[in-house]
Design a protein around this ligand. Structure first.
Ligand SMILES: Nc1ncnc2c1ncn2[C@@H]1O[C@H](COP(=O)(O)OP(=O)(O)OP(=O)(O)O)[C@@H](O)[C@H]1O
Ligand SMILES: [Mg+2]
Length: 294
């Protein structure tokens, strides 16, 4: 049974002449434990899809089943509870509260759950240790670097022990060294059995994923399983086409190339109806013990 199953899901913004079809009858199924990289040009619907999968937004039409339960029409409160217990978010802009210390920021999701302060802070200490930031607990966000802030955001995403991590361009604001640290953390999170959905504009980061989904104009135009550690051939080809003599690492801004990619690489549109694939299980071993409930 897939963890996530969406069927003919659409999201339409605005009306009349100002209508935007952000998602155009997308169907997709995601198994527990997958690490999916979602790529595509700016405006192709990646964030819209992540927000709907993360229950931060509702589809205009279509079905969304999470753990075999229809969730698309649940009340906002019910959705918030499902979100709280199952999903951790990591955003490009970190989204930390500037007036709270690092440890308070990380502990915040537990406050919404009604956990007492002492237990909250204890739990925050544990996850901050996991991301290597024990020494920054009582700093404020403006005293940390971008890479450190994103590690704080990862700690905050992990504190509820979610089974799904949604990361929308988690390395978008980071230099290549910090990006690598963040990706290694996401890799660890994945190795613990979690499902990771990551939007990225950087093709070289697809090596962490075991499945690549490529979006264009609100559609999924390419959906392929791949071995962890490998950048799939098609993506590699796109990277090579892009590569300039100046700086290989500055691949983050590949939106322009992505506009060309489906045609250039003769990617055929995925048929509307069943486009999910079974994927081979990755063989990475868990480095830490953790009982996953989902
Ligand atoms: N709140 C909104 N109101 C109206 N239109 C919106 C809204 N949010 C997104 N859109 C439109 O929906 C389309 C998809 O946007 P989305 O943010 O999902 O793209 P994206 O693939 O995440 O792009 P980027 O790579 O730039 O982050 C775009 O045309 C965008 O303008
Ligand atoms: Mg986006």
């Amino acid at each position: 049974m897939p963890l996530i199953e969406i069927k003919e899901l659409s999201k339409v913004y605005g009306f009349g002449d100002a209508t935007t079809i952000a998602l155009d009858e997308i169907s997709l199924s995601i198994n527990r434990g997958e690490f999916i990289a979602i790529m595509g040009p700016s405006g192709s619907g990646k964030t819209t899809l992540m927000n709907i999968l993360g229950l931060l937004d509702r589809p205009t039409h279509g079905e969304y089943k999470l753990s075999n339960q229809h969730v698309e029409r649940k009340t906002k409160i019910a959705q918030a509870m499902i979100r709280r217990d199952n999903i951790g978010f990591i955003f490009q802009s970190f989204n930390l509260l500037p007036r709270l210390t690092i440890i308070e920021n990380v502990a915040l999701p537990l406050a919404y759950k009604g956990v007492y302060q002492k237990r909250r802070l204890k739990a925050a200490e544990v996850v901050l240790d996991q991301v290597g930031l024990s020494d920054k607990e009582y700093y404020y966000p403006n005293q940390l670097s971008g890479g450190q802030l994103q590690r704080v955001a990862i700690a905050r995403a992990l504190i509820n022990d979610p089974s799904i991590i949604i990361a929308d361009e988690p390395t978008g604001n980071l230099d290549s060294v910090s990006a690598r640290v963040v990706m290694e953390l996401l890799k660890e999170v994945h190795e613990l059995g979690n499902t990771v959905l990551m939007v990225t504009h950087n093709p070289s980061l697809t090596r962490y994923a075991d499945r690549i989904i490529y979006m264009h104009d609100g559609n999924i135009v390419y959906d392929e399983s791949t071995a962890v550690g490998e950048v799939p051939k098609r993506v590699q080809k796109a990277v090579e086409a892009l590569r300039t003599s100046t700086d290989d690492d500055k691949l983050a801004d590949v939106s322009a190339m992505m506009e060309e990619m489906p045609e250039q690489l003769s990617i055929k549109p995925v048929p509307k109806k069943s486009k999910s694939k079974s994927k081979s299980k990755t063989k990475v071993k868990s480095t830490r013990k953790k009982g996953k409930k989902k």
